[in-house]
Each structure stands twice: as C-alpha cells, then as structure tokens.
Write a protein that binds this ligand. Structure first.
Ligand code: BEZ
Length: 158
C-alpha cells in the first residue's frame, strides 16, 4: 500500500548534498511548516529522467516557486555523489537533490519499483507530490510517461 493523499510523510533521515558533500537531512526538516514539491525518478542519468522528467522541473522551477512553493525536491534511489553529478549536468541548482541510496524513504512511502530483472535493483517509482506541512495533498504516479508527475501537471495542481 503506497502513501495516499491526506497521509503524512514518514519520519526518515536520508542524504542531500551540502557545500562539504553528502549530509543527513530528516523528512521533518524538509517538509514541516513548508510547502514542498517532491518528484522522484527511477534513476539519475536514465534517459527518460534526464531528457524529459528533470528538464521539465528545471524549466518550470521559477513558475512553481512563484506559486508559494518553498522547495522543489528530486529523489532517486542513488547515492549522493551520483545525485550531485546529475544535478550539475542538468543545471538543476534550484532543485534540492535527495539521495535515498538504500531506498529507506522509498520503501516507507510504499513506492518501490522492482527493476531487478533489468539489473537495476530496487528503485523508486516515477511520481510527484505536493506536500503541505508534511501532509501529501497531491500524488501522481506514472508507470509509463510523465503525465501524472510532470512539472506541468504539478503547476496545474498548485
Ligand atoms: C528511464 O529512462 O527513465 C528509465 C530507464 C530504465 C529504467 C527506468 C527508467
């Protein structure tokens, strides 16, 4: 069972990138008393994520932030060094990168994507959510394409 609209984001500590490299961040620090857009991808540097999903958020970041969003956060089951390199390659400085390297937050959200048959292990489904003070108010999950989880859809929902 995955997290639903109306549910609270679970309390988990994972990694983001700071000026001195990877650092711990709790979901409380990220989501409490803020309005946050979180989108997640099956893998940094994969074609769909690099060519479509992430660029949409980079292009529309200012529009999203102008609608009262405090932060746009991108998560993948990758380590913080990979997420840092992907952020730089995408010119995504205005997006906070979350490295859920061991898949703890992904699993707690019930949004694991099993890509073992493709030799990619357990990853995260492609999704986007709007989170108000720790509570999910929109959740769009995509099995194919980005219709429910694109930056454009998020703009429509804000
Ligand atoms: C992608 O291109 O987005 C992708 C590639 C392999 C597995 C999952 C996603």
């Amino acid at each position: 069972m995955s997290i639903q609209e109306g549910d609270r984001i679970p309390d988990i500590t994972i990694k983001t990138n700071g000026p001195d490299g990877p650092k711990d961040i709790s979901t409380g620090e990220l989501f409490d008393r803020r309005r946050v857009v979180l989108f997640a991808v099956p893998g940094a540097f994969t074609p769909g994520c690099s060519n479509t999903h992430m660029p949409g958020f980079v292009i529309k970041a200012d529009e999203i932030l102008a609608r009262g969003v405090d932060a746009i956060v991108c998560m993948a089951v990758n380590d913080a060094f990979v997420m840092d390199a992907w952020q730089k390659s995408q010119n995504a400085e205005n997006i906070t990168m979350l490295a859920d390297g061991s898949g703890r937050l992904t699993e707690a959200l019930g949004l694991t994507l099993d890509l073992t048959d493709g030799d990619m292990g357990k990853r995260c489904k492609r999704f986007a959510m709007i989170v108000n003070d720790g509570v999910v108010t929109y959740l769009g999950i995509d099995d194919k394409g980005v219709a429910a989880s694109s930056a454009g859809t998020i703009l429509d929902k804000l």
